[in-house]
Write a protein that binds this ligand. Structure first.
Ligand SMILES: C[S@@+](CC[C@H](N)C(=O)[O-])C[C@H]1O[C@@H](n2cnc3c(N)ncnc32)[C@H](O)[C@@H]1O
Length: 325
């Protein structure tokens, strides 16, 4: 029998986290905010639009790889449940669920995302699409709530797609991968999507689309802070900036103040000054090589089992498991 259960780990907690992150991030010498706050319902809808943009190659490249290798990945993992971190609208997830259904192993899907609406809506859609599927949705923060994942019912495939791992700074990323390694029992696998290093023009175009959707997505973080903390940001007073930092091999995404300005944040009793041209970093998106992915997995106690890429080597999908002790 198909069914849904939902667990909201953010209940009563989301506002406090935003307040803490905003106070911490906007009082630093180099202002920055964590990207998870970009994703309210409007931010999630804008991200879905980004995935359809001609310049935004990661989604369609990862999708094409999955179309080619999903059956192979499922056969190699033997998974009966799919846990997905940062699941969003779960568009590409269907390729994995289809492969599990075809292999006769599909039992449960466990999406985890900070955006309540996407977890609720994807859960409702998926139980209609996959008769007999059970969905346990976890509305939460994958940096804080992995302990709320339900106990496994069988071999697990833990998917972290879309290159979202690239949003972590390197130290955080290492810590996160070690936490993931600790979640994998014998027979479980990690499926990790990583965007790969390529020419600057292609990378920068992906985050500077001509329709301005990425710019609107970036400015959405200011709208979230205005709504939740009663702040006085004028989103139109900030330019969207996305450049490839070659030394760090990441795209750095910021909002640059057009003019000097003061922003009031009454809910946290703070006033923040921006100088003309000052930048507020909202996201990094690290780009990888196969060697770096394998090395970072190994450093976290994970072993690369299979590596799949596209003909241009623009995106990498890794299948990994806990390394033998
Ligand atoms: C780059 S999008 C990728 C979405 C989808 N997995 C894909 O591949 O298209 C990142 C997703 O992770 C979610 N997210 C970002 N930070 C998060 C966090 N700290 N905890 C849980 N979800 C998070 C966002 O809401 C969004 O759905």
């Amino acid at each position: 029998m198909a069914d849904i259960s939902l667990d909201n780990a953010l209940d009563g907690d989301a506002g406090r986290t935003l307040a803490e992150d905003v106070r911490d991030g906007l009082t630093r010498a180099h202002k920055e905010l964590p990207p998870k706050h970009l994703y309210d319902s409007r931010g999630a809808a804008l991200f879905d639009q980004i995935c359809e943009l001609p310049e935004y190659y990661p989604t369609r490249t990862e999708r094409a790889i999955l179309e080619r290798v999903a059956a192979e990945l499922i056969a190699a993992s033997g998974a009966s449940e799919l846990v997905e971190l940062g699941s969003g609208s779960a568009a590409k997830t269907r390729l994995l669920l289809d492969a599990m259904a075809a292999a006769g192993t599909l039992e449960r899907y466990v999406p985890l995302d900070v955006t309540e609406r996407v977890v609720r809506e994807s859960a409702a859609a998926l139980i209609r699409e996959y008769p007999g599927l059970r969905v346990h949705g976890l509305i939460g923060d994958f940096e804080r709530h992995l302990g709320r994942l339900p106990p496994a019912h069988g071999p697990r495939l833990l998917a972290f797609l879309g290159g979202t791992i690239g949003n972590f700074a390197p130290t955080q990323r290492g810590r996160f991968l070690r936490t993931i390694a600790g979640l994998l029992a014998a027979g479980d696998h990690l499926l990790l999507g990583t965007d790969l290093v390529k020419d600057r023009a292609t990378l920068e175009a992906a985050y500077n689309d001509s329709a301005g959707i990425t710019a609107e997505f970036n400015r959405n973080i200011l709208r979230v802070i205005n709504r939740e903390l009663g702040a006085s940001f004028d989103p139109t007073a900030f330019d969207h900036v996305a450049v490839f930092d070659e030394r760090n091999e990441w795209i750095e995404i910021s909002l640059r103040a057009r003019e000097a300005q003061e922003v009031a944040l009454p809910a946290i009793a703070l006033t923040v000054h921006f100088a003309a041209g000052e930048e507020l970093r909202t996201q990094i998106s690290a780009k990888f090589t196969r060697e770096r992915v394998a090395a970072e997995l190994a450093a976290a106690g994970l072993e690369l089992v299979a590596w799949h890429t596209d003909a241009r080597a623009w995106f990498g999908l890794s299948l990994a498991r806990a390394a033998a002790a």
